[in-house]
Design a protein around this ligand. Structure first.
Ligand SMILES: NC(=O)c1ccc[n+]([C@@H]2O[C@H](COP(=O)([O-])OP(=O)(O)OC[C@H]3O[C@@H](n4cnc5c(N)ncnc54)[C@H](OP(=O)(O)O)[C@@H]3O)[C@@H](O)[C@H]2O)c1
Length: 300
């Protein structure tokens, strides 16, 4: 007899929860979107109502009691303590990047996940895109790359952008976009063992990533570009030429569907390890935290 779908709760009722997490959870074959938690009871009721889910606000205890797993679409430092509570309550986690914006917060989430043995996946969107997975399989099989370069100019801090949210204004592209770039270059060129970073005006951050084995790569990001100036580019360079990541695909629903399918497969199989699990989220978070430390130090 087929088992009942896993009951998932969604933390967050904003734009990202509404356009991506809620529809992806509702469409996932082995998931029932059972609960929505928001700091606003009205917003939670509105989003939950769309999907026939129960709405929760205030203390997260009753919300957590009602679910097997939790998906997050709230600012990182709101996500972290709820994720810790959820993991300690034995709930599986569909997390957002970055895990938190401090080393302590990041480590707490990864430790709670490791100690409780729950399954976790962090939504490094690029890592769940089918075209990028095919590219990664090809470039890692070919090998021999001498460097990789990423530029990502977003427009989320534009006045009319629905992504112009307080935490992004405070933390900028270093915390919002660079985790995606680091995850991708990590997968393409090997583990990142160190970072050298600096920043310029207009939310520009530059990272030099040092990979295990001696390869280096670069990341330049900003969220301050206008629509006309926005764009994402990554390529690897080596003796066999250049290989560019397929660009132009901004769909997040299909990648989140893949992430949820892999999370639920792990839950069903009693497994917790995933290439993008909370421990990988912590490792990427440490790179970003160290970059921030250097940028702050140079700024005096
Ligand atoms: N993987 C990706 O490609 C991708 C893309 C976009 C976003 N994200 C991630 O999704 C997360 C949210 O993104 P966003 O900033 O764009 O948010 P958002 O969609 O604007 O939503 C923010 C949500 O958090 C709630 N919230 C804000 N401060 C809170 C607090 N102190 N306590 C409780 N709830 C609070 C908001 O409630 P109110 O509505 O009451 O303010 C809202 O429900 C971030 O981690 C971001 O990195 C990932």
């Amino acid at each position: 007899m087929a088992s009942a779908p896993l009951r998932f709760g969604l933390v967050g009722t904003g734009h990202w929860a509404s356009i991506t997490h809620a529809p992806a959870l509702a469409a996932a074959p082995d998931i029932e979107l059972a609960a929505v938690w928001g700091r606003s009871a009205e917003a939670a009721a509105a989003l939950a109502g769309t999907y026939g889910a129960s709405a929760y606000s205030g203390d997260v205890g009753a919300f957590l009691d009602a679910v097997d797993g939790v998906a997050f679409a709230v600012p990182p430092d709101v996500q972290a303590p709820i994720a810790v509570a959820a993991a300690r309550a034995g709930k599986h986690l569909m997390l957002e990047k970055p895990l938190a914006t401090s080393v302590a917060g990041t480590d707490e989430v990864a430790s709670a996940v490791a100690e409780s043995g729950v399954a976790s996946v962090v939504f490094f969107t690029l890592m769940f895109r089918a075209d990028i997975r095919a590219w990664l399989a090809e470039v890692t099989a070919r090998g021999g790359w001498l460097t990789g370069l990423t530029t990502w100019f977003g427009s989320s801090l534009g006045e009319s952008s629905p992504f112009n949210t307080p935490w992004r204004r405070e933390k900028g592209a270093l915390w919002d976009i660079a985790p995606h770039a680091v995850s991708l270059l990590w997968a393409a060129l090997g583990p990142v063992t160190g970072v050298t970073a600096d920043a310029g005006p207009a939310d520009v951050s530059h990272l030099i990533l040092h990979h295990e084995g001696g390869t280096s790569s670069t990341v330049t990001v900003s969220q301050h570009g206008g629509e006309a100036a926005s764009g994402f580019e990554t390529y690897l360079w080596g003796p066999s030429g250049r290989s560019a990541v397929p660009a132009g695909n901004t769909d997040a629903l299909a990648p989140l569907g893949t992430a949820l399918a892999e999370l639920t497969a792990n839950i069903r199989g009693g497994l917790s390890a995933h290439p993008c699990d909370a421990s990988f989220g912590r490792d990427v978070g440490h790179v970003i935290s160290e970059a921030q430390r250097q940028i702050d130090e140079r700024a005096g």
